[in-house]
Write a protein that binds this ligand. Structure first.
Ligand code: PGA
Length: 249
C-alpha cells in the first residue's frame, strides 16, 4: 500500500495562495508524487476549485467539512455535491478542532461520515483522545466509541468509496509536541484491532494515518512504524519547502 501523506490546511490560504503552494510542490517533486506515496490536500472551501484544477492528478483534493443534506435552508453550509462540483473527492470528518472548538458531537460526526460516503465522497475520519482522557486510562474506550459511531454506516459503501482513519491525539495537534514512537505504535495497534472489530472483513483495506505535530524531522521514523499507513499534517503542510521533505521521508 502506498503511504498516504495528507495536508490539512485548516483556515489558511486563499485560492491564489493554494495554487502557488501546489505549484511549488510540483516543482520540488518533479510534477508527480514520488513512488510509494499518495498525496491528499484538505483545502478550505474557497480554495477547493483552484486547488483541484492546479493539482490535476498530482494530488487528491478534499474539503475539511460538509453538511449532511443535499440542499436546503442551511445558511452557511456546504453539501457533498457542492464539494464534488469543485473537483474535490475527499472530505475530513471528526477533526479534533471541529469536535472541540466547534462542539461537533460523536453522533454528528457519524452522520456526516455516512452522508459523505453515501454521496460519493471519500472520507478521512479523525479520532483521538484528550490528555485528560489518556491520563485517566480512558484511551481505548474513547477511541472505541469514536470508531463505533464514526463507522455507523452501511459497510457495503466501502466497495465504492475510500475510507481512512487518522489517529490524532488532541494533545499533539498544533502543540509541537508529537506523540513518541512508542505512544504511536501502541495506540495504532489498539486502533487497528478496534477497526477490525468495527469493520470486519473490510478493515484490512482501511489505511490508518497518524497526525499531530508531524514535521520533516520526525516523519520518516513515524512512517516506519507498524500499522502507520501515512500521516496527516497541519502546520508543516503549509509551505511546500516543509511539506515536500515529509512526502519524501
Ligand atoms: P499539526 O495538525 O500537524 O499542526 O499538529 C495536525 C492536524 O490537525 O491534522
Amino acid at each position: 500500500m502506498n503511504k498516504i501523506i495528507a495536508a490539512n490546511w485548516k483556515m489558511h490560504k486563499t485560492a491564489e495562495e493554494a495554487e502557488r503552494t501546489i505549484n511549488k510542490m510540483k516543482e520540488l517533486l518533479g510534477g508527480k508524487a514520488p513512488a510509494g506515496r499518495e498525496i491528499i490536500i484538505f483545502a478550505p472551501f474557497t480554495a477547493l476549485e483552484a486547488s483541484s484544477k492546479c493539482a490535476d492528478g498530482f494530488a487528491s483534493i478534499g474539503a475539511q467539512n460538509l453538511y449532511p443534506a443535499s440542499h436546503g435552508a442551511f445558511t452557511g453550509e456546504i453539501s457533498p455535491s457542492m464539494i464534488k462540483a469543485c473537483g474535490a473527492n475527499f472530505v475530513l470528518t471528526g477533526h479534533s478542532e471541529r469536535r472541540h472548538i466547534l462542539h461537533e458531537n460523536e453522533k454528528e460526526v457519524g452522520i456526516k461520515t455516512a452522508f459523505a460516503l453515501e454521496n460519493g465522497l471519500n472520507v478521512m475520519l479523525c479520532i483521538g483522545e484528550t490528555l485528560e482522557e489518556r491520563e485517566s486510562g480512558l484511551l481505548s474506550n474513547v477511541l472505541e466509541r469514536q470508531l463505533i459511531l464514526g463507522t455507523n454506516f452501511n459497510h457495503g459503501l466501502l466497495d465504492n468509496a475510500r475510507f481512512m482513519i487518522a489517529y490524532e491525539p488532541v494533545w499533539a495537534i498544533g502543540t509541537g509536541k508529537s506523540a513518541t514512537s512508542q505512544d504511536i505504535a501502541e495506540t495504532h495497534k489498539i486502533c487497528r484491532s478496534l477497526i477490525g472489530k468495527c469493520l470486519g472483513e473490510k478493515a484490512d483495506s482501511i489505511p490508518l494515518l497518524y497526525g499531530g505535530s508531524v514535521k520533516p524531522a520526525n516523519a520518516g521514523s513515524i512512517l516506519l512504524l507498524d500499522n502507520v499507513d501515512g500521516v496527516l499534517v497541519g502546520g508543516s503542510s503549509l509551505e511546500a519547502e516543509q511539506f515536500c521533505p515529509i512526502i519524501n521521508a
